[in-house]
Design a protein. Structure first.
Length: 572
C-alpha cells in the first residue's frame, strides 16, 4: 500500500474508502496497480497537437515527466488541452481565437483537475497563449505545480543568414514591393523553420518561458534548450520529481507567485526586450492569485529596468543563442547583481531565486547578454504609455527603435484586413499613424495580433517611417513604432473609436504618453454621435468570450479571480 497519508489530498475522493470502489474500478480498467491508485495523482497536462511545431514535441517530453513522477512514488495521469498557434492563425479571422484560447486552456485544465481530483500538476506548453494559460490555472487551483516550456525552434538558414518566421512574414511585404520573386519567397518559407519548437526570437513564447523561470514556477534552465534537444527530457523528468517534492513540502503556486515575483517577471521581460503581450499575461496571472498588478504596474517595472539581452526582433540573436551563452539564468543573475530583482522569492526548487542563481556567471566573450553595468539601453525594451488617447494605458516595444517620438496624422481603419489591404497597395504616406480599431478583447472579439500588417510594412521598407496604434495586440515578433492594447477599446467608447482621418497623434516613448491633439470638448462632442459597432460573432465561443472579457489594462480576464473565491480547489 501507499506510504502517503491521503487524508488531506484531494484525490482521496476518488481513491479511498468503500465509496470510491466504482472510481477504483475505472483505474483497474486502465491497468493501474493498487499501489498506484493509493499514491497521489499528478496531472501531467500538455498542449500537444499537430497544429504547429511549437507543440509537436510536448508528448515526448510528457513521457519523461511521467517517469519522474513515478520514480518519486506518485502516479502520473496525462491529459491534453488545446492550443491556437499564432503563426498559423495570424492575418485572418483565425487570430480571433488566439487570446480566447488562453482562457480555454486555463479553464479546461481546471475542469480536468477538478473533475478527477488530481493532487498536483505539471504543465507543458509550447505556444504563445498556452504558456500563460497553463501558469494561470496553476495559480487558480493552487495545487503544487511545476511549469515546463516545450522549447524553442532552431534558427533557419537563408542565403547564409539566420532566419525565423518573422522573416517570412516580412518576406510577404518584400514580395508585395517587388523585391522578392515567387521563387525567393518559396525558398525562404522552406528553410525558415527547420525543427520542432516555438518561434525563435524573443517573441511571446520565449518571453513567457523566461517569465516562468523568473517567477519561480519552472526549474532553473528548463526554458533554454531547443525543443529537439534530448536534454529537455532530463529537465522534464526532473520537473516530475520536483512536483512530488513540492507535494511533500506543501509548497503551492501562491507561495511562489507573489507581487515580488511578478515584479521579477516584468523585469526579465524588459531586460530581454520581450513581447508586449506580457503586459496582458502578467496581470492575468496576478488576477488568479488575487494580486493587484495591472498594465501600469508592469510598465513601472519596464521603465526602470535596463535592456541587456540582444534578442530579436529588436536585436540580433535568437533563443538558441541565449541558451548557448548560459540561458535566461545569465540575464537573471545580471539583474539580481544590479539590484533589479528580489532574490528572496521562493521557487519550485524549494530554494530562493538567489540560491538558484548562485554560481551563475555571464560569459565575457559574447554580445548576446550585456553587463548590467553597460546595458544596451538604460530603460527596458518595452514601455507603457498613457494619455488622452489611452486613459487606461497602452504599450509599445522600443527595443531596436532609434527614434522614440513619433507625430503624424491618423489614418483610420475599423478592421485589420482593411489596413493590411491599404498597406499591400501602398496606400499610405510616410509619417502617417495607421489606426486599427474595433480589434480589442470585446470589440474584435478576441484582440487580434497585427504581425501580418507590421511585417508587411517592414518588408516594404516603411517600418521606421509610419507608426501603428491599435486596441488590439501585436505579436511578440512585431518591430517598429507599434502601439497596442490602447484602452479603453473602441467597442466600449474609448477615444480611439472617436478618431478621424487627419487627427494629429503624438506617441512619446520617452515621456510615456499617447495623445491626440484634440480638446476634451471636441472628444466629448464626438462621443455624442458615436454608436457601438456590431461585430460578426453573435454566437459560439467568441460571442461568449465577448460577454465576459474585461479590459486589456487588467489582463483581459474573464472571471472575478481569487478575490471572489469561497474556497480553493486544493483545500477541498
Amino acid at each position: 500500500m501507499s506510504k502517503w497519508d491521503k487524508s488531506k489530498l484531494v484525490s482521496r475522493y476518488v481513491t479511498e474508502g468503500a465509496k470510491s470502489a466504482p472510481h477504483r474500478a475505472y483505474y483497474y480498467a486502465m491497468g493501474m496497480t493498487e499501489e498506484e491508485i493509493h499514491q497521489p495523482l499528478v496531472g501531467v497536462a500538455t498542449c500537444w497537437n499537430e497544429a504547429a511545431p511549437c507543440n509537436i514535441s510536448l508528448s515526448r517530453q510528457a513521457q519523461a515527466v511521467k517517469r519522474g513522477v513515478s520514480t518519486s512514488e506518485a502516479t502520473p495521469r496525462e491529459f491534453t488541452t488545446i492550443t491556437v498557434t499564432d503563426g498559423i492563425a495570424m492575418g485572418h479571422e483565425g487570430m480571433r481565437s488566439s487570446l480566447v484560447s488562453r482562457e480555454v486552456i486555463a479553464d479546461s485544465v481546471e475542469l480536468t483537475m477538478r473533475g478527477h481530483c488530481y493532487d498536483a500538476l505539471v504543465g507543458l506548453a509550447g505556444c504563445d497563449k498556452s504558456l500563460p494559460g497553463m501558469m494561470m490555472v496553476m495559480v487558480r487551483l493552487n495545487v503544487p505545480s511545476v511549469f515546463m516550456y516545450g522549447g524553442t525552434i532552431l534558427p533557419g538558414k537563408f542565403r547564409g543568414e539566420n532566419v525565423d518566421i518573422v522573416n517570412v512574414f516580412e518576406g510577404v511585404g518584400k514580395h508585395a514591393a517587388g523585391e522578392f520573386s515567387d521563387a525567393d519567397l518559396k525558398e525562404l518559407e522552406c528553410v525558415a523553420c527547420p525543427s520542432a519548437g516555438a518561434c525563435g526570437g524573443q517573441f511571446t513564447a520565449n518571453t513567457m518561458a523566461c517569465v516562468s523561470e523568473a517567477m519561480g514556477l519552472a526549474l532553473p534552465n528548463s526554458a533554454g534548450a531547443p525543443a529537439p534537444y534530448e536534454t529537455r527530457d532530463e529537465y522534464a523528468e526532473a520537473s516530475g520529481k520536483a512536483v512530488v517534492d513540492l507535494l511533500k513540502k506543501n509548497i503551492r503556486p501562491r507561495d511562489i507567485v507573489t507581487l515580488e515575483s511578478l515584479q521579477n517577471a516584468a523585469a526579465v521581460v524588459a531586460a530581454t526586450g520581450g513581447s508586449t503581450n506580457a503586459g496582458l499575461h502578467l496581470p492575468a496571472i496576478a488576477h488568479e492569485a488575487g494580486i493587484e498588478f495591472d498594465l501600469h504596474d508592469v510598465a513601472e517595472i519596464f521603465k526602470k529596468t535596463p535592456l541587456i539581452a540582444n534578442l530579436r526582433p529588436g536585436g540580433k540573436y535568437v533563443a538558441k543563442d541565449l541558451y548557448d551563452v548560459g540561458g535566461v539564468g545569465v540575464v537573471l543573475k545580471e539583474l539580481l547583481d544590479g539590484g533589479y530583482l528580489n532574490g528572496n522569492c521562493l521557487t519550485v526548487t524549494g530554494k530562493s531565486l538567489a540560491e538558484n542563481l548562485e554560481g551563475v556567471k555571464r560569459p565575457e566573450d559574447q554580445d548576446v547578454v550585456y553587463s548590467i553595468k553597460n546595458p544596451i539601453r538604460q530603460t527596458g525594451g518595452v514601455v507603457g504609455l498613457r494619455g488622452n488617447l489611452a486613459p487606461e494605458g497602452a504599450i509599445v516595444k522600443i527595443a531596436g527603435l532609434e527614434e522614440l517620438v513619433f507625430e503624424g496624422p491618423a489614418r483610420c481603419f475599423d478592421t485589420e484586413e482593411d489596413c493590411f489591404k491599404a498597406v499591400q497597395n501602398r496606400e499610405y504616406e510616410d509619417g502617417d499613424v495607421l489606426v486599427i480599431r474595433y480589434e480589442g478583447p470585446r470589440g474584435g472579439p478576441g484582440m487580434r495580433e497585427m504581425l501580418s500588417t507590421t511585417a508587411a510594412l517592414y518588408g516594404q521598407g516603411a517600418g521606421g517611417k509610419v507608426a501603428l496604434i491599435t486596441d488590439g495586440r501585436f505579436s511578440g515578433g512585431t518591430r517598429g513604432f507599434c502601439v497596442g492594447h490602447v484602452g479603453p477599446e473602441a467597442a466600449v467608447g474609448g477615444p480611439i473609436g472617436l478618431l478621424k482621418d487627419g487627427d494629429i497623434i503624438r506617441i512619446d516613448a520617452v515621456e510615456g504618453s499617447l495623445e491626440v491633439k484634440l480638446s476634451d470638448e471636441e472628444l466629448t462632442e464626438r462621443r455624442k454621435s458615436w454608436t457601438p459597432r456590431e461585430h460578426n460573432y453573435q454566437s459560439g465561443a467568441l460571442w461568449k468570450y465577448a460577454q465576459t472579457v474585461g479590459s486589456a489594462e487588467k489582463g483581459a480576464v474573464t472571471h472575478p479571480g481569487a478575490t471572489a473565491e469561497k474556497h480553493v480547489f486544493v483545500d477541498l
